[in-house]
Design a protein around this ligand. Structure first.
Ligand code: GDP
Ligand code: CA
Length: 318
């Protein structure tokens, strides 16, 4: 069984850990979002790729969901003592080593996909992790306030520094239209039996991956099942509602499925709280969707995979 999953950070990574447990013999390829990537202190930081790599590799800070376990922040404190910011981004000492290796390899001419593979040699995530593209794509958010007027800021500045407290007027994946899928991305999708969308942010994680020319069409040709990141009209954690509002999509399990659309989604898993959701042309199933512990998460992944296999078999018969 060959499975492709499009993943952002925390929600994606936790789901993937469940998927790996639910389908230990499957060949899983993860296409990671790089729209959140940012250069800080001269270092290239890829938050979503690293969250997937650390989570599946056993190095994640479990409570936080991002960053390294047993982390210290001496480098950050020392930078602060020099008055060198930004101070709002939590770069830990252990984490910094990852970014140094990445930045050094990129400077030596390696593509991000090759760098990611090299980093995964250490972490052995048990999946093949490929960035959506080797080209630079950055998610920018247009905000407006009284002091500084209307301006575009990097996604991380809006998400981490402003905690999405300033409404986003629009969100754009800058550079996406000219980007190419990284080597192996389209081939993995074409070879996949099924494609899964974890409960990742539908706008700035899955949406950004789908914005890379060629990826959406390749995915649409497959049997695709998504897991709703919205339960009972609210994100389970984080501020995904602020992203949905920015693109004019209601924060509900039904609206997110309709946003992906029946051209893309074949099946949609919603929480029991949303059991009444119906979407024309998409097979909707409900079950508990809280990734509260590894067993519960594996059961969610199993349900998504079972639905995908069922829908694929039905399609193959037709
Ligand atoms: P990313 O989009 O994968 O980078 O990760 P985020 O941490 O930003 O979370 C993305 C989405 O996952 C958010 O919209 C959350 O609502 C959703 N999410 C987080 N935990 C759970 C969970 O336990 N169950 C479900 N169904 N969704 C979750
Ligand atoms: Ca993310």
């Amino acid at each position: 069984m060959k499975i492709v999953a499009l993943a952002g950070g925390i929600g994606g990574a936790r789901f993937l850990r469940g998927l790996r447990a639910a389908a230990p013999d499957a060949e899983i390829t993860v296409i990671g979002n790089t729209g959140d990537d940012i250069s800080l202190f001269g270092l290239r930081v890829c938050p979503d790729l690293d969250t997937v790599m650390y989570t599946l590799g056993g190095g994640i800070n479990e409570e936080q969901g991002w960053g390294r376990a047993a982390e210290t922040f001496t480098v950050k404190e020392e930078l602060g003592a020099y008055g060198v910011g930004p101070s709002w981004f939590g770069l830990g000492d252990r984490d910094v080593a990852t970014h140094i290796v990445r930045t050094q390899m990129l400077a030596a001419g390696y593509a991000l996909s090759a760098v990611t593979e090299a980093l995964c040699d250490r972490w052995r995530p048990g999946v093949r992790l490929i960035p959506m593209t080797d080209d630079q794509v950055e998610t920018h958010v247009v905000v407006e306030d009284a002091e500084q007027g209307r301006r575009a800021v990097h996604f991380q500045e809006w998400w981490v520094r402003l905690r999405a407290s300033v409404p986003a007027l629009s969100i754009a994946a800058v550079g996406a239209e000219d980007a190419k899928p990284a080597p192996g991305v389209l081939a993995a999708i074409e070879a996949a039996d099924v494609v899964l969308f974890p409960p990742s942010n539908p706008v700035v994680s899955v949406g950004t991956i789908l914005a890379i020319p060629g990826i959406r069409d390749a995915v649409a040709a497959k049997t695709v099942v998504g897991v709703s990141p919205i339960i009972g009209g609210a994100p389970v954690r984080g501020m995904a509602d602020a992203c949905l509002t920015a693109i004019g999509v209601e924060t509900s399990a039904r609206a997110v499925a309709e946003h992906y659309g029946l051209g893309l989604l074949d099946g949609w898993l919603v929480d029991d709280a949303d059991a009444d959701v119906r979407v024309e042309g998409i097979e909707v199933r409900s079950r508990p969707l809280l990734m509260s512990d590894p067993d519960a998460t594996a059961a969610i992944a199993r349900a998504a995979l079972d639905l995908a296999v069922e829908l694929k078999q039905a399609e193959d018969v037709r």
